[in-house]
Ligand binder design. Structure first.
Ligand code: OOG
Ligand code: NI
Length: 458
């Protein structure tokens, strides 16, 4: 039973997300510029598109819009991942989904830590895409052993953070002063370090194997590598980035532009080169690039049937392009995506009738004013305007998109091919628990909203 004087995990997460954003804005000025552009765009959309505004109002999302952001980190060992899971649990975040990035040549597998219940998401939808390096994919055995030994020597959590995690687990929560201390201490794990833990030559070797390996192994901790605000119109932001001194990647990842947005669309700008001191240097003579900027636009969560259709159309467009999307073929890629996705119904009613997306149900004014509705079926209640639906927001990530984001930052030199199979079991063993199936969460939220509507009818 949670103690009355404990701070709710949702509030701790909300505060942590704010603290992370403040730290990142201070460290990476371009993030501040991007935030300003996104705020301006969101305001413009809300003023000019009454339908979007009314949708966000009825779902309550309008209140979380400015709080909305996701970050990403990469860790090196099972122990680091398992402890992170415990740290995030203090903030009410659970590992949702399993993403294997190895088919795209990135030697990691990942999950997203986030809140799982709609009321908790409403307080703070903060998510962290968390990747575990797959050291077993380093072919050079000597280098692999070196990487392992460097990782084994570091501790990415402060002693105070570890104590507070223990305390939260033991007592079932944190008091106000402990919660404040926890946010401060947990933040340290995600901080950037200006000095590496390896020599310039060791860094070069790790980097030659894969730039991502150097990024994980050569530093004291898993610095947050981006923080992504949610925009209501990603095409506007993409088009305006150059005028604000930001160069976006060639194409927007995810589905094409639609009347009814689905899943997740993302774009990013390249990682910045930042000065670093290696262990054999007294000042910052080296450099490393890891931290970048990204924006996202979220749409409807899809059912398994909708997701299968999305995957089929995406693959068809990519197969026809026959190359990774890049500057040279971006226009053709966009045209192919639009062409293939014409097959995906683009009205809420179409998506609902074909069971392609998940929805939240509401009782309308008319429904509240009418008695004896209990005998009507769900479809009749909707058809007669007693109920109304809004799509559930997709709260997760997409593996093909994530690979595109990784790659645009690592540069083409980072393309590799790994024959290794996806290994969810090994990931969950490292994590110390299983990952949650995201589709089950959306189905539950939809079911609860229908139940609440029928309860409201009395
Ligand atoms: C994570 C890249 C994936 C997303 O939004 O899909 C990602 C990383 O670079 O560590 O952030
Ligand atoms: Ni991201």
């Amino acid at each position: 039973m949670s103690h009355p004087s404990f701070v709710s995990p949702d509030l701790i997460r909300q505060r942590f997300s704010k603290a992370m954003s403040d730290m990142y804005r201070e460290e990476v000025p371009l993030y501040g510029a991007l935030m300003a552009l996104v705020e301006q765009t969101n305001r413009h959309v809300l003023e000019t598109d009454p339908q979007v505004a009314s949708q966000l109002n009825s779902t309550g999302e309008i209140q979380r819009l400015d709080l909305e952001r996701h970050g990403a980190i990469r860790v090196g060992t099972a122990n680091e991942l398992a402890t992170l899971a415990r740290l995030f649990a203090v903030m009410g975040m659970q590992p949702v989904g399993y993403y294997d990035l190895t088919p795209a040549g990135v030697p990691v597998h990942s999950t997203a830590f986030r809140a799982v219940h709609e009321t908790a998401l409403q307080v703070s939808p903060f998510r962290v895409f968390t990747s575990l390096l797959r050291l077993e994919l380093i072919e050079d055995l000597e280098l692999r052993a070196f990487a392992q030994s460097v990782l084994d020597q570091r501790s990415i959590f402060t002693p105070a953070a570890l104590n507070l995690i223990d305390r939260a687990e033991r007592d079932g929560g944190l008091t106000e002063s402990d919660a404040r201390h926890f946010v401060e201490q947990a933040l340290e794990t995600f901080r950037w370090h200006h000095s590496a833990t390896v020599s310039a030559e060791q860094y070069r070797k790790l980097s030659a194997q894969h730039r991502l390996i150097a990024d994980v192994v050569a530093f004291k901790g898993p610095h947050i590598n981006h923080l992504t605000p949610r925009t209501l119109d990603i095409d506007i932001v993409q088009a305006q980035m150059p005028a604000h001194g930001i160069t976006p990647k060639a194409v927007i990842e995810g589905p094409p532009r639609r009347q009814c947005p689905i899943l997740l669309r993302q774009t990013s700008f390249k990682a910045l080169d930042e000065p670093i001191a290696f262990t054999d240097q007294t000042s910052t003579h080296g450099s490393h690039s890891a931290r970048f900027g990204e924006i996202e636009q979220r749409g409807a969560a899809l059912t398994p049937k909708g997701r299968a259709l999305y995957d089929r159309l995406l693959n068809a467009a990519r197969d026809e392009l026959d190359d990774f999307p890049n500057e040279g073929n971006a226009a053709r890629y966009n045209a192919l995506m639009t062409q293939h996705f014409a097959e995906f119904p683009d009205t809420l009613e179409g998506m609902r009738q074909q069971e392609l997306a998940y929805f939240r149900y509401f009782v309308t004014e008319k429904g509240r004013a009418t008695s004896d509705l209990k005998s009507l079926a769900l479809d009749e209640l909707l058809d007669e305007g007693f109920f109304q639906v809004e799509p559930l927001v997709y709260e997760d990530f997409l593996p093909v998109s994530a690979a595109g984001i990784f790659q645009s930052n690592l540069g083409d030199a980072a393309q590799s091919h790994y024959g290794e199979h996806s290994n969810r079991q090994a990931f969950e063993q490292a994590l110390g628990r299983s990952t949650i199936d995201e589709l089950g969460l959306y189905a539950e939220t939809q079911r609860r909203s229908i139940e609440q509507c029928f309860e409201a009818l009395g």
